[in-house]
Design a protein around this ligand. Structure first.
Ligand SMILES: [Zn+2]
Length: 348
C-alpha cells in the first residue's frame, strides 16, 4: 500500500514488481490522486504499467513483453468499462482484470500509437502539470495533456478504451497473386456482443511476409469490415496482424488465398526472327512498371541486359545489338512488376 512519501509492504509482498508498483504511486496516486472512484485507473492502471516499465529496464524487451502479455490475458476477462460504473462495491472498484490489468494495457496501447519519446513526454508532462500535480485528476485531464503533447485527437481512443467495454477480435483473409507486388487483406472485427463500441478504431500494424523480404505497414482500421491493399515485395507467404502486440485483442483466424488474380501475360514481340545484326523488341505494359529485358544464351548466361527503372503504360520498342554474339539459339526475356515473358530467337 502506498502512502504519501512512504510505502508499507508486508514481507511476502517485497518483490521487485510490487516495490515498483508502490513507488510509482508516489506520482500516480499520491502526487496526482484520482478525483473519484470512477477514475481509479489513473492510480492503479498507471502503477501497474510501471511494473512493465520496471521489467523492461532490468530485463529488456522480453521482460516488458512478458508483463504486458500477462496483463492482456487478465484484461480479456474484464467486465464493464474501466471508468467504474458501480462504486458501491470495493471489489468492483479494485477489479484486478479491469482497473489494474486493462488500465495498464491502455497505457501500452497509447505508447504504441504515439511512439516511445512522445509517450514518455506525455507521462512527464502529466506528472508535472500545474493543473493536476498535488491535486486530483479525471481521465479528461490526462487525455487533454496526451492530446496537447502528441498533437493528436485521442478522443476515439479514450472513449472506446475507458468508457467502452471489451476489445476487438480480428479475422483476416489474405489474397495474393503468385508473382504480385500487392496483397489484399480483409480485416473483419468479430467482437463479442458485450463489446462497446461494436467495432474499435485503431492503427493496426500488418507484417507482410514474402520470400524476397518482409515489410511492416500500419493501416487505420475504423470499420467492422475493411479491405486494405498493401504493397508486397513478391509472392506473399503470410500476413501477421499486430506483430508487435500493441493492441489488446484476439485474432480469431487468418486465411491465406493465393493465385486468385494471376497477372495478365505481357504482349511481347520480337523481329526479325531469325535475326543477324540487331533485334527489335516490342512490348506493351498494362501498368507503369520497371522493366528488365535480357538476352540469354543456351548456357543460361545473360549476354545482353537493358534496365528501365520506370516505363509508362502502353507500347514500347527497344533495340538490342547482336554484334559479336555466336550464332545459335537465344532467349529474350522481359520482366516487369507483374510478371515475366520469354521468346526464342535464332541468330544467323
Ligand atoms: Zn496500486
Amino acid at each position: 500500500m502506498e502512502h504519501q512519501t512512504i510505502s508499507s509492504m508486508e514481507a511476502a509482498a517485497l518483490t521487485p514488481n510490487v516495490i515498483a508498483h508502490e513507488l510509482a504511486h508516489q506520482w500516480f496516486g499520491d502526487k496526482i490522486t484520482c478525483r473519484n472512484w470512477q477514475n481509479i485507473w489513473l492510480n492503479e492502471g498507471f502503477a501497474s504499467y510501471a511494473e512493465a516499465v520496471y521489467t523492461e529496464a532490468v530485463n529488456g524487451q522480453s521482460g516488458y513483453t512478458a508483463t504486458i502479455n500477462s496483463f492482456m490475458s487478465s484484461a480479456r476477462s474484464a467486465r464493464g468499462s474501466i471508468y467504474v460504473q458501480d462504486i458501491t462495491n470495493f471489489a468492483n472498484i479494485f477489479s484486478s482484470s479491469r482497473t489494474y490489468a486493462k488500465g495498464a494495457t491502455v497505457l501500452h496501447m497509447l505508447r504504441g500509437i504515439v511512439g516511445d519519446s512522445t509517450f514518455y513526454r506525455i507521462m512527464r508532462t502529466y506528472a508535472a502539470s500545474p493543473t493536476v500535480a498535488y491535486q486530483t485528476a479525471v481521465t479528461e485531464d490526462f487525455q487533454a495533456i496526451a492530446q496537447q503533447v502528441s498533437g493528436r485527437n485521442l478522443d476515439p481512443f479514450f472513449k472506446q478504451w475507458i468508457y467502452g467495454e471489451g476489445y476487438p477480435t480480428y479475422r483476416t483473409t489474405i489474397t495474393s497473386a503468385t508473382s504480385a507486388t500487392a496483397v489484399t487483406v480483409r480485416l473483419e472485427q468479430r467482437n463479442t456482443v458485450s463489446s462497446n463500441p461494436a467495432s474499435f478504431t485503431m492503427p493496426v500494424q500488418m507484417w507482410v511476409q514474402s520470400a524476397s523480404g518482409d515489410t511492416i505497414i500500419t493501416v487505420l482500421n475504423n470499420q467492422a469490415d475493411q479491405t486494405f491493399t498493401l504493397p508486397a515485395r513478391g509472392s506473399v507467404t503470410g500476413v501477421v496482424v499486430d506483430p508487435n502486440n500493441w493492441i489488446l485483442k484476439t485474432v480469431e483466424s487468418t486465411t491465406v488465398v493465393t493465385g486468385l488474380s494471376e497477372p495478365t501475360p505481357i504482349d511481347l514481340r520480337i523481329y526479325p526472327n531469325p535475326a543477324s545484326e540487331t533485334l527489335s523488341v516490342n512490348f506493351s505494359l498494362s501498368s507503369a512498371s520497371p522493366v528488365t529485358l535480357s538476352l540469354t544464351n543456351l548456357l543460361g548466361q545473360q549476354v545482353r541486359t537493358v534496365n528501365e527503372p520506370t516505363l509508362v503504360t502502353g507500347p514500347h520498342t527497344r533495340t538490342m545489338s547482336l554484334r559479336g554474339l555466336a550464332r545459335g539459339q537465344y532467349t529474350v526475356t522481359i520482366e516487369t512488376q507483374t510478371g515475366k515473358q520469354s521468346r526464342v530467337v535464332l541468330l544467323q
